[in-house]
Ligand binder design. Structure first.
Ligand SMILES: [Zn+2]
Length: 62
């Protein structure tokens, strides 16, 4: 996935925001699903890290 400078068309490095050739700013495109991905990862972490026995105990379910 090679990005190109939107001003001069020179190839950009993966992490380059500024074009090496002309110095134009090329913000990295963020896919629309990036926030969803963040939420999904957070949810997965919570599911992995939270001990639901403790939660049940707190809620008085045990
Ligand atoms: Zn450029």
């Amino acid at each position: 996935m090679n990005r190109k400078c939107r001003k001069c068309g020179a190839a950009l490095g993966v992490d380059d925001d500024a074009c090496q050739a002309c110095g134009a700013n090329n913000p990295a495109p963020v896919p629309w699903y990036t926030p969803l991905l963040g939420v999904a990862i957070l949810a997965a972490l919570v599911l992995l890290l939270v001990d639901f026995d403790d939660v049940a105990r707190l809620l008085g379910l045990n």
